[in-house]
Design a protein around this ligand. Structure first.
Ligand SMILES: Nc1ncnc2c1ncn2[C@@H]1O[C@H](COP(=O)(O)OP(=O)(O)OP(=O)(O)O)[C@@H](O)[C@H]1O
Length: 230
């Protein structure tokens, strides 16, 4: 990227305590065209109509997609220079479709830690994670018979165990009723705030984005003007 384009973005950069992601002149196919975006609040909700590019943006933050042009930095380092495996130890993503493996709840909870070469969690931590997502099932219960919402909650518990710095969640409450949604999202938000981590979630739920008006970013036709309350 030319120096002048970076300088232009630097000028409009908003100084905050900790900039998590900064995006500058990102173009991707005809889907995203983001001139400048800083994502630096503890809780960020990405909203916008279907097909507007929300998931595509989230995938860029996890290096599942690479911009055609432009740059993304994570805490000041160019994402292009960070190996995907290292990034994903700190920045974990939960996609729209819950992925459940053969086996019981315990195996499904531990597998995220195993994939990222972290130590297994104790039984107490596993039970606590299930409590956080309101899933009252024994650890040795098989998973394949869980309902859609239960599978989604199990996957949420799995990522919460990862002790990441940033959680990227794509419609984490899509399969949940309103009461469970509120319980789980506020629990998650309390957890990331308490632990000084960041939560970036794509959501269609006005109940969820309504809880965090200052953290809401609207994206339409692949473009965004940043946080609604700058
Ligand atoms: N790798 C890709 N190649 C080509 N087109 C893609 C690719 N990924 C997504 N798209 C298209 O880009 C557009 C934006 O998709 P995206 O999944 O980011 O939307 P979204 O805002 O998350 O939508 P929804 O709310 O329905 O989940 C869609 O038209 C989609 O078909």
């Amino acid at each position: 990227m030319g120096y002048s384009r970076m300088a232009k973005c630097a000028k409009i950069k908003i100084k905050k305590e900790k900039a998590v992601f900064e995006i500058c002149n990102l173009k991707f196919k005809n889907i995203l065209d983001i001139e400048a975006l800083t994502i630096d609040r503890p809780i960020t909700c990405i909203i916008g109509s279907s097909g507007s590019g929300k998931t595509t943006l989230l995938k860029h933050l996890n290096k599942l997609y690479t911009p055609d042009s432009g740059a993304i930095t994570y805490n000041g380092s160019d994402l292009a220079e960070i190996p995907a495996v290292s990034l994903r130890r700190e920045v974990v993503m939960l996609g729209q479709t819950p992925v459940i493996y053969n086996g019981d709840l315990e195996e499904n909870l531990q597998i995220g830690l195993r994939f990222s070469e972290k130590l297994p969690a104790s039984r107490d931590r596993l039970l606590n994670a299930l409590e956080q997502v309101k899933l009252n099932k024994p650890l040795d219960d098989p998973c394949l018979s869980l309902s859609g919402g239960e599978k989604q909650r199990l996957c949420l518990a799995r990522v919460m165990l990862m002790d990441a710095e940033v959680y990227l969640l794509d419609e984490p409450s899509a399969a949940l009723d309103k009461e469970t949604e509120r319980f789980i999202i506020t629990n998650l938000a309390d957890f990331v705030t308490r632990e000084k981590k960041a939560l970036i979630m794509v959501t269609h739920s006005e109940e969820v984005s309504g809880l965090y008006p200052e953290g809401t970013i609207r994206i339409e036709n692949g473009r965004t003007g940043g946080y609604a309350h700058e």
